[in-house]
Design a protein around this ligand. Sequence first.
Ligand code: NDP
Length: 325
Amino acid sequence: MFKAILINKDDQGYHATLSQVDEQQLPAADVTVNILASTINYKDALAITGKAPVVRRFPMVPGIDLVGEVSHSESARFAPGDKVLLNGFGVGEGHWGGLAQKARLDSSWLITLPESISPENAMAIGTAGYTAMLCVLALQRHGITPKQGEVLVTGANGGVGSFAVRILAKLGYQVVASTGRPDESDYLKKLGAADIIPRSQLSEPGKPLQKERWAAVVDCVGSHTLANACASTRYGGAVAACGLAQGMDFPSSVAPFILRGVTLYGIDSVMRPLADRVQAWQHLAELLNQSDFDAISQVISLDQVIETARALLAGKIQGRVIVKV
Ligand code: NDP
């Protein structure tokens, strides 16, 4: 038996509980792991609370991220004792995930945990930090350099936002953080934000073209915020869109794209090919150190996961949550 967060749906509705699960119930796959650490992302919080139809099969163990030690492997790529990392691939949505003590996973979803990153630090990063890195890599590939000017990060106090601020600041960019929690300015300044603007400056309907300010943008929020960010991006600039915390809609016009040559990059972490994942994790391993992880993350246990998921959706969690299983 092992402990897991289990999500069920029945006549009485949708409920998540910390349960004892029989190992024989693990889904079929070629690698079995003892989970060392997991985390709670926005999508996990949606799955656990049932606020959005993230879970595609019941019962489900949520958790789109995990680090585990291989206990059994039918794959030539991994042997017992190997430390492996998983982000996404529909795990925690359609296949049992990381908010548990054990998992059985498809070897094609796994990468080797970079040696310099501990299991806990890898989960401080998690899909949030890895997505922030994918956003920054997209902006760099576009040719955005620190000399070009301010880079906007929206939803800056969240998991993706915190890592985007930290990564960009470490790379020498001048970061402007947009947040609905201006009282947390000290935290964002410590991460390296040069300036902080209130969320309300971007979240209301705006003009299709506005004063050019941003060399580039990492947007975790979508909706009017993304539309206003595009409308105020400078000629030839780039916007990396990865989130929908304000909404999935995009009430914009083509004006920034056809009149200012602005490029909008869509960033998906879930089905990203392995080579891109390995590259992003290598960059994260080189860039970040223990003080970054300590600044951004807090540690909880499996029995605190459900209440923490609710707090995350209520916008009460800053940065990242590591779950010790
Ligand atoms: P968090 O909950 O940690 O952060 C979201 C942040 O968005 C909040 O902290 C808040 O920041 C801001 N926010 C919340 N509600 C609103 C609102 N109504 N209007 C404007 N801003 C709001 O989530 P994550 O950082 O883990 O994820 C951020 C987004 O990125 C989510 O939508 C998530 O689904 C998406 N995502 C996408 C991935 C991909 O592959 N494309 C991968 C990972 C995440 P503040 O308090 O500073 O305003």
